[in-house]
Ligand binder design. Structure first.
Ligand code: G3P
Length: 218
């Protein structure tokens, strides 16, 4: 499973690249607003920091304008994935941009039928939003499972499932079990993946016992 980080904060991304676990980055207009910096500058800096796909979202709502914005964003760096919303115009733009060789991440997916449409439109990634479905009392993980089952039924569908709106470590574990290709994680969740109290307790005990031996390895 690949790990992307869901942030437009360059400092956070820089810190996470040092873990060696970062395979890409996703952003959206809300994250750009939070970063409080010009989008094109931020995307260029991120694309320079990470080798993998960096999703940059269009804000137009009509297909021709989406393609124009998508081409501009894709022109920033070869690792840009143009992020498009799951609308008919978004799917039209998706077909055109992927046809021209660009990566496309179709976002705001809340149903398996929508994911099927995105795959038929040639999307590189589909972003089902787990947390936002959970928020309204639905089962976000069931959507990942359904999309996996559907995509596996058809060899010609090559779209990668990018589990988005991830809120917890358990979301990551369950998405991996369900066969999501990628999970995009808020930085705090990515950092938490390593945590287990028994790891800390076990290490403390090993170090205490080692000290008692009076030995040193080097
Ligand atoms: O970038 C899309 C997605 O990951 C947003 O997550 O937490 O705003 O629902 P969230």
């Amino acid at each position: 499973m690949q790990f992307f980080v869901d942030t437009a904060d360059v400092g956070e991304i820089k810190a996470l690249t040092e873990t060696g676990m970062l395979d890409g980055v996703t952003t959206n207009p809300s994250l750009i607003m939070k970063a409080g910096r010009p989008m094109l500058d931020v995307i260029a800096e991120i694309a320079d920091l990470v080798e993998g796909p960096v999703s940059a979202e269009v804000t137009a709502t009509e297909a021709d304008q989406m393609v124009a914005e998508g081409e501009k964003l894709a022109g920033i760096a070869p690792n840009i994935a143009v992020k498009l919303p799951l609308t008919w115009d978004g799917l039209k733009a998706c077909r055109r941009l992927t046809g021209d060789g660009h990566m496309v991440n179709v976002t705001l997916c809340f149903s398996a039928a929508q994911a099927l449409l995105a795959a038929k439109a040639g999307a590189t990634f589909i972003s089902p939003f787990i947390g936002r479905l959970d928020d309204i009392g639905l089962d976000g993980m069931k959507l990942i499972e359904d999309i996996r089952a559907i995509y596996d039924n058809y060899e010609d569908l090559e779209t990668q499932i990018l589990a988005a709106s991830v809120r917890t470590v358990d979301h990551v574990q369950q998405a991996a079990i369900a066969g999501a290709d990628v999970a995009t994680l808020p930085p705090a969740v990515l950092s938490k993946l390593i945590e287990h109290p028994l790891t800390d307790k076990g290490l403390a005990q090993f170090l205490t016992d080692w000290k008692k031996t009076g030995q040193s390895i080097l």
